[in-house]
Design a binder for this molecule. Structure first.
Ligand code: GAR
Length: 197
């Protein structure tokens, strides 16, 4: 079985979309893949309750308990690797995981480490993507699913979706329109990857 581990920091709506798609589309039978664990760096991440309710293993590793980014990432990798099936490489999915990862951590999972970012990369890497798109007068916005590399919000683009920016949009209304697409595109991009590995 290919194990998927999902990292979250908050609501976890992308994680929930992935879990629901995996169930609806029988990823176990079609790809021999399952969401094995959901890990959060915040104990109050809402998504943890959803995952636990689906019978998925959950864990919290609070970054505030670590003296350095390297120490946190080392403990995180140790936790993640507990869910690795030795016969199959694990797929690590960042879904609203709001931490900058160290190069060593990224190298360890390179090629099997995905992220979703709420902009049309390479535009608007980093935070506050929707407000920045509005400030620039963009007529379209969107999301990007990409492989993770040591450089923040870079790496090979696997999928993108575009949404219109409407005249009276706020950062919140635009974020909601993008998020609806995230919930479709992220599970689809993961399924495409599973189909070919
Ligand atoms: C999503 O919009 C995701 O694209 C974004 O955080 C949100 C998480 O929502 N990720 C980033 O900004 C990463 N740089 P969710 O917790 O409901 O999935």
């Amino acid at each position: 079985m290919k194990n998927i581990v999902i990292l979250i920091s908050g609501t976890g709506s992308n994680m929930a979309a992935i879990v629901k798609t995996a169930q609806r589309d029988a990823w176990k039978d079609r790809f021999g893949a399952r969401v094995a664990a959901v890990i959060s760096n915040r104990a109050d991440a809402k998504g943890l309750a959803f995952a636990a309710g689906q019978g998925i293993a959950t864990a919290v590793l609070d970054h505030k308990g670590f003296a350095s980014r390297e120490a946190f990432d080392a403990a995180l990798a140790e936790l993640i690797d507990r869910y690795e099936n030795p016969a199959e490489p694990l797929l690590l999915v960042l879904a609203g995981f709001m931490r900058i990862l160290t190069p060593g951590f990224v190298r360890r999972y390179e090629g099997r480490l995905l992220n979703i970012h709420p902009s049309l990369l390479p535009a608007f890497a980093g935070l506050h993507t929707h407000q920045r798109a509005l400030d620039e007068g963009c007529k379209v916005a969107g999301l990007t699913v990409h492989q993770v590399t040591a450089e923040l919000d870079h790496g090979a683009i696997l999928a993108q979706a575009v949404v219109p920016v409407l005249p009276d949009d706020t950062a919140e209304t635009l974020a909601a329109r993008v998020l609806t697409q995230e919930h479709l595109i992220y599970p689809q991009a993961i399924a495409d990857l599973l189909r070919h590995c």
